[in-house]
Design a protein around this ligand. Structure first.
Ligand SMILES: Cc1ncc(COP(=O)(O)O)c(C=O)c1O
Length: 368
């Protein structure tokens, strides 16, 4: 198999698996007051501290473990909905956010909030000045992702954070495609969401970072776990797996980024060598160029996918979340309105730990 779809999900790292398996044999409810319960709780607290430290956050800020990036994103919007339930207000999101941001934004619109969906430029981003122009006195939340999952485009979240820092508007960034893969700081960021299965931990674990003063309201109500904001007995094995995965990716990230850059260049070289006409969609994140979205001119994406699948090469036409069927990507549609050929002929390759030039060779060979 040649796997070129790490933005969809990553394999569980062997060391992560070992940590999880070992912890599975460990016992106790973190909410119990006796020793084995307390020990479980201490492990959870240790991981929270490690994540806060990776994000250069204050120890007074909070980490809330979730089941996924999607849950974290929903939790942010639910918190804003509840906090401003009476007065409502205005929300800004980019039109290329993941559906787990766009759908909750739509829901808040139905609930009486006003939502501005900022269209991306041809690079796949919205600029800080566009956000500044859209800002209103009653803007409650700006939600702009760190790295787009389809194009790899990197938004200037640091500049957006600086713009909003002294304003009453909360800032959320969906960092599912960036956390651990690049060094992020949460200075000026109120909410940041991440997911384990994009960084070699299993599916089923993620977190929401929240600054000390950002409002939060539970989606899952019940017990007092996770500061009362996410009821349900904690998944300690997966939490420890997430910690291990973060440590591994952080330790290797410079080397990984260099490899992704080389693979990207190799892809360009091979496609050019074969006389395949192509163009990249969106600007790569220079810090983390693991996602390449390419328009293969004159080649329908459905065919590219099928020919690759026949050779057991895994690539995607868009986000895996809308996979199962190959639909025109809403992200590319927002960037290249009306450019039908480009929309129908673009595919996404994404690299990860273990990606090699042979994977690219297999992809280019399948195009023949
Ligand atoms: C940018 C982005 N946000 C959110 C998600 C959702 O994460 P999860 O699969 O953990 O729900 C994804 C998954 O593809 C993503 O790429």
């Amino acid at each position: 198999m040649n796997y070129l779809d790490y933005a969809a999900t990553t394999p569980v790292n062997a060391e992560v698996l070992e940590v999880i398996t070992k912890e599975m044999a460990s016992f106790g409810n973190p909410s119990s007051v006796y020793r084995i319960g307390r020990e479980q709780k201490q492990k959870i607290e240790r991981v929270k501290k490690a994540i806060l430290s990776e994000l250069q956050a204050s120890p007074h800020d909070a980490i809330i473990f979730t089941s996924s990036g999607s849950e974290g994103n929903n939790l942010v919007f639910e918190s804003i909905r509840e906090h401003f339930a009476k007065e409502k207000g205005h929300i800004i999101v980019s039109a290329v956010e993941h559906p787990s941001v766009r759908k909750p934004a739509d829901f808040l619109e139905q609930e009486g909030f006003e939502v501005t969906y900022l269209a991306p430029n041809k690079d796949g981003i919205v600029t800080v000045s566009e956000i500044e122009e859209a800002l209103r006195e009653d803007t409650r939340l700006v939600s702009i992702m760190t790295v787009n999952n389809e194009t790899g485009a990197r938004f200037s979240i640091e500049e957006i954070a600086a713009l909003l820092k002294d304003k009453p508007t909360y800032f959320h960034t969906d960092a599912v495609q960036a956390f651990a893969q690049e060094a992020l700081t949460v200075d000026g960021i109120d909410y940041l969401t991440a997911s384990g299965h994009k960084i070699y931990a299993p599916k089923g674990i993620g977190f929401l970072y929240k600054s000390k003063d950002a409002p939060i309201h539970a989606l899952i109500k019940g017990g007092g776990q996770e500061l009362g904001f996410r009821a349900g007995t904690e998944n300690v094995p997966y939490i420890l797996g997430l910690e291990k995965a973060m440590q591994i990716v952080v330790a290797k990230r410079d080397e990984l980024v260099q490899n992704y850059q080389e693979l990207r260049e190799y892809l360009i070289e091979k496609l050019s060598e074969r006389g395949i006409e192509f163009e990249f969609n969106g600007v790569a994140n220079p810090k983390n160029p693991h996602i390449c979205n390419i328009w293969l001119k004159g080649r329908k994406a459905t065919q590219t996918l099928i020919f690759n699948d026949l050779k057991d090469v895994s690539v995607s036409a868009g986000s895996a979340c809308s996979a199962g069927s190959v639909q025109i990507s809403p992200v590319l549609s927002a960037m290249f309105k009306g450019e039908t050929s480009r929309l129908e002929e673009s595919v996404r390759l994404s690299f990860g730990m273990g990606s090699t030039k042979e994977d690219i060779d297999a992809f280019v060979d399948a195009l023949r």
